[in-house]
Design a protein around this ligand. Structure first.
Ligand code: NAD
Length: 311
């Protein structure tokens, strides 16, 4: 072992497996709660209502107003529902946008969160909350923001559209690539990052052909957990800051921006830390940037910012 390190494990409960979202009610009770408010985006309202139905008397309502970048006015509207329903926990069903709303509520109330992720964004395993107000996005990191329970149910991801599966997967992979050269990296974060990249390499090229196949979806969701965990435990750098700036300035979609930038930021940093990024070239073949670019192209990802309308 050639360097010193500090390792802090995440205190969250991780539950993984097909059909495990059916255990959400048990987890509400294990948390000592009995009044769950279910959160979702407007697009996933039907699924959120079905989940609330399955929770039965443990659910006190559904707030289906989550949107990207966690605007504070949406959080305030949700906070009114929290107060009216006397909710004692939140159950967030969806991607990073819904998780973001649950985190924003937890940050303000300390209510426990159960998250059932349906994309690969990874927000569910980080103590980080990005919020927007008056066009400005700010980020806070706090223990109350980390969800207590995460239930990964691959069956809920078979309907994630192919295009979003691709960009969301590359978004997750970006966490892993940056974890490999993070200043505060440790042997565990590096293991998780490499395994996360392998899981996406093994699944995404086939997901675009057979998106309904559960085994593939389970591999990708496993990768999402690993990549999200490293995002939550070590610092991110150039790639995430560029994407944050692009998203904040031009309102480019989150996952697409990450997908497009990753081969370029990785290639740029590979010059400085070739030995740390060698696993990336090992997994994707060729050079670090070239291998990632070929992989992105193979799975049909957007490849240029002009694809997002930037001139
Ligand atoms: P998203 O949550 O905005 O989802 C995009 C759309 O896809 C939404 O309409 C959603 O309802 C829909 N969707 C999600 N899963 C689906 C499924 N399985 N089937 C059909 N439709 C589905 O997208 P995202 O990329 O997951 O999240 C982006 C947001 O998350 C951004 O605001 C970003 O800043 C944040 N984020 C935060 C962190 C963090 O650690 N704080 C990490 C990653 C992302």
């Amino acid at each position: 072992m050639s360097r010193d390190f500090t390792y802090s494990g995440s205190p969250a409960h991780i539950v993984f497996g097909e059909g495990k979202s059916d255990t959400a009610g048990e987890w509400v009770e294990k948390l000592g709660c009995s009044r769950a408010l279910v959160l979702s985006t407007p697009q996933q309202k039907v699924d959120a209502e079905a989940l609330a139905e399955r929770l039965g008397p443990l659910a006190v309502g559904v707030f289906a107003g989550a949107v990207m970048h966690t605007p504070v006015d949406v959080t305030e509207a949700a906070m009114k529902v929290v107060a009216e329903t006397k909710a004692d926990c939140v159950v967030s069903l969806g991607g990073g946008s819904t998780t973001g709303l649950g985190k924003a509520i937890a940050y303000r109330t300390n209510l426990p969160q159960i998250v059932i992720p349906t994309t690969y964004a990874g927000s569910e395993v980080t103590p980080i909350l990005g919020q927007t107000e008056g066009g400005r996005k700010t980020t806070v990191r706090h223990a109350s923001i980390l969800p207590e329970v995460v239930i990964y149910d691959p069956a809920l991801t078979t309907g994630l559209p192919v295009g979003m599966s691709v960009t969301s997967g590359l978004n997750a992979m970006a966490h892993a690539v940056e974890a490999l050269y993070a200043q505060d990296r440790n042997p565990i974060s590096t293991l998780m990052a490499v395994e996360g990249l392998r899981a996406f390499k093994a699944s995404l090229p086939d997901i675009i052909k057979t998106p309904q196949l559960l085994d593939l979806r389970a591999d990708a969701l496993y990768g999402a957990w690993l990549c999200g965990t490293v995002l939550g435990t070590v610092g991110m750098a150039l790639h995430h800051k560029i994407c944050h700036t692009l998203g904040g300035t031009f309102d480019t979609p989150h996952a697409d921006t990450h997908a497009i930038m990753l081969p370029h930021t990785a290639a740029y940093n590979a010059v400085a830390v070739p030995e740390l990024l060698a696993p990336v070239a090992g997994i994707f073949g060729g050079s670090v940037g070239g291998g990632l670019w070929d992989f992105a192209k193979q799975i049909g990802a957007p490849l240029a910012l002009k694809d997002l309308g930037l001139t």
